[in-house]
Design a protein around this ligand. Structure first.
Ligand code: FE
Ligand code: CA
Length: 513
C-alpha cells in the first residue's frame, strides 16, 4: 500500500471527530454525522489542468445505486467544503472554499481551484455532512512559455463493467502519471446480463435517473476511484456514453423503440449525466441535447492536447454501420468532425503551440482494410475525405509531431499514418497510438500478429490483451509503453509492457526503443 492509498483509506474512514480535528473550514455542521451516512462513496477526481487551475470533482451519494439516480440524497442544497494543499498533511492549505451541491445536479461538485503555481503537484479533499472525503492528488500544467518537468501521460478507453475487473485502472494509478486521458466508452448503456463477472443494474439506460445510476455503479469501483484520485483527467466520450454507434441525431439501434422526441430527451439526459460525473470545466456545461467538448489543453511548450468529439457532429455512417464499403465513404461532403471542428483543429495544429501535437479522439484513424476490401464504417475509414483533409492539413502546415491517440477497438495497435495508404513507400506524416480496452471484450488472447498486416504494412503493432498506454514525453521523444494485464476476470493481475516504441522529435512514425 502506497502512502497515498493508505492515507485515502484512513481518511475515507474518518467521521465527525477526525473531521473536526482536521479543521477543514468553518461552515460544516459535524452534528449531522450521527444520522447521515457517508456521502463520498464515489470517490474524488480532478481534471482539465492549466498552468494556474484545475477542476476538483466529487458527488455526494450515500446510497449510490438508488434507482432514482439521486444517490440517497434529499432534495436540498448541501454545502461542501474543499481544500487544496501542496502536501498531504493539509497543514497549510493554499486554496479553499465552499461549493453548494444541488439536487438538480445530483449533488455533483465541480470546483475550479485557481491561483495555483504552474507545473506543481497538489493534494485536495472535501468535507460535507461531517465527513471528510478521500484525498486526491493532482497537478497543474507548466506555464505556456516553459517546457516543464518530464511528463508521464497514460490513456485508456472502453471499460465495460460486466466484462471484467478494473485492474488496468489500478495499474495506471500505480504508475502515478501526471495526466490521464480517457477516450470514451467510460460506461456502457446496456442492461444487466449474466455474461460477465459482475452485473449492470437494471435494463438499458434511457432516462436521466438511469444514466446517473450507471455512472454511480461504475464509480463505486475502488480501482477506478484510485485512477481518478492519482492524477487529473482529460475526458472525451465515444458512443456508449449515449448509445452504441449513434451518429449525431441518427441512432444505429432500434431497441428500445424511441420517438424522435424521446431520443432527443435521451441524448440530453446522457450528456447531463456525463457532465455531472466528469471533472469538466463549466465551459462544457450541456446546452439542451448538445455538450461543447472539443477543446485544447496546453502542457507548456512540450505538448498540446487537441481533444476531439467525433460523435456529435458526424454524418451518419456510410453504407450502414458495418464494414461494407460503398462510394459514399469517399464523398467529400461527409465529415466525422463537422466543418467547424475540422477548421478549429487545423487552425490549432498550424499554430505550433508545443513540440508535440497530441490529438485525443475516439475511433481508429489509420486505414485498416481486410482481404475482402472491408473497413470499419464507424471509424475514419468511413469518412475518408474527412481524414484526407486533416492529413493534407498536417502536411500543408508542416506540423512537426502529430500523434493521434485513439480508443474504441478493444485491442492495442501502433500505426504509422501514411500520405497514401495504397503506397507503402509514401511519406509517413504522423503516428497513431491505439489503447486497448480496460475490460471490454474480456481477457482477450496472447495474439500479437497484426490482423491484415500484410495488406496494411503501416499497422506496426497489435495486442489482444486488456490494458492502457503509458507515455513518457520529453522534447526529444515520446516513449510509449503498451501495458497489458493477462486477465481481467480475476482480480490483481500484474501489468507488463507488451511492447515499447519511441517517436523521435521531427521524425513521424514508430521507431524501436
Ligand atoms: Fe468500447
Ligand atoms: Ca466505441
Amino acid at each position: 500500500m502506497s502512502n497515498l492509498s493508505r492515507r485515502i483509506f484512513l481518511l475515507g474512514g474518518l467521521t465527525t471527530a477526525g473531521a473536526a480535528a482536521l479543521q477543514l473550514g468553518a461552515s460544516a455542521q459535524p452534528s449531522a454525522a450521527a444520522t447521515t451516512p457517508y456521502p463520498f462513496t464515489l470517490g474524488v477526481a480532478s481534471g482539465e489542468p492549466d498552468d494556474t487551475s484545475v477542476v476538483l470533482w466529487t458527488r455526494l451519494a450515500p446510497a449510490p445505486t438508488n434507482a432514482d439516480g439521486q444517490g440517497g440524497m434529499p432534495d436540498a442544497d448541501v454545502a461542501v467544503d474543499w481544500q487544496v494543499s501542496a502536501d498531504e498533511s493539509f497543514a497549510a492549505p493554499v486554496a479553499s472554499g465552499t461549493f453548494t451541491a444541488r439536487y438538480a445536479q445530483a449533488h455533483a461538485v465541480h470546483v475550479l481551484a485557481g491561483g495555483l503555481a504552474p507545473d506543481a503537484e497538489y493534494y485536495y479533499r472535501f468535507r460535507a455532512q461531517g465527513f471528510v472525503s478521500p484525498v486526491g492528488r493532482t497537478r497543474t500544467a507548466p506555464s505556456p512559455t516553459t517546457v516543464g518537468r518530464d511528463f508521464t501521460m497514460a490513456f485508456a478507453s472502453c471499460a465495460h463493467y460486466e466484462s471484467g475487473y478494473y485492474t488496468a485502472y489500478r495499474r495506471m494509478a500505480d504508475d502515478r502519471p501526471d495526466l490521464i486521458l480517457h477516450l470514451g466508452d467510460y460506461i456502457y448503456e446496456g442492461g444487466a446480463t449474466t455474461n460477465g463477472v459482475r452485473q449492470h443494474l437494471g435494463g438499458e439506460i434511457v432516462s436521466l435517473a438511469d444514466y446517473r445510476r450507471r455512472y454511480a455503479l461504475y464509480r463505486t469501483d475502488p480501482d477506478l476511484q484510485a485512477a481518478h484520485a492519482i492524477a487529473p483527467w482529460l475526458v472525451v466520450p465515444d458512443d456508449h456514453e449515449v448509445e452504441n454507434n449513434y451518429a449525431n441525431m441518427v441512432r444505429a439501434d432500434s431497441s428500445p423503440v424511441l420517438t424522435a422526441a424521446q431520443w432527443t430527451a435521451r441524448r440530453t439526459a446522457a450528456y447531463q449525466a456525463y457532465f455531472e460525473n466528469m471533472p469538466l470545466r463549466a465551459a462544457a456545461t450541456p446546452i439542451g441535447n448538445s455538450i461543447p467538448l472539443y477543446r485544447r489543453v496546453r502542457w507548456g511548450t512540450l505538448a498540446t492536447f487537441h481533444m476531439l468529439d467525433t460523435r456529435q457532429f458526424r454524418d451518419d455512417q456510410a453504407c450502414g454501420d458495418g464494414t461494407k464499403v460503398c462510394a459514399d465513404a469517399d464523398l467529400a461532403s461527409r465529415s466525422i468532425t463537422g466543418a467547424a471542428q475540422e477548421a478549429w483543429l487545423l487552425d490549432g495544429l498550424g499554430r505550433r503551440l508545443g513540440t508535440w501535437d497530441l490529438i485525443g479522439q475516439q475511433v481508429f484513424f489509420a486505414r485498416n482494410v481486410n482481404s475482402a476490401g472491408a473497413m470499419n464504417m464507424d471509424a475514419w475509414d468511413g469518412y475518408r475525405a474527412s481524414r484526407a483533409r486533416i492529413q493534407q492539413g498536417i502536411v500543408d502546415r508542416a506540423v512537426r509531431n502529430p500523434v493521434v491517440l485513439t480508443g474504441d477497438v478493444h485491442a492495442s495497435w501502433g500505426n504509422d499514418l501514411k500520405a497514401d495508404y495504397a503506397d507503402p513507400a509514401s511519406a509517413t506524416i504522423g503516428t497513431e497510438l491505439v489503447c486497448t480496452s480496460i475490460t471490454s471484450g474480456g481477457n482477450g488472447s496472447a495474439t500479437t500478429a497484426v490482423p491484415n498486416g500484410s495488406l496494411n504494412p503501416h499497422l506496426r503493432f497489435y495486442s489482444d490483451r486488456r490494458g492502457y498506454v503509458r507515455t513518457r514525453i520529453t522534447p526529444a521523444q515520446i516513449t510509449a509503453d503498451f501495458r497489458s494485464v493477462a486477465t481481467v476476470t480475476e482480480h490483481g493481475a500484474a501489468a507488463t509492457t507488451a511492447r515499447t516504441f519511441v517517436i523521435h522529435d521531427g521524425k513521424p512514425g514508430l521507431a524501436d526503443a
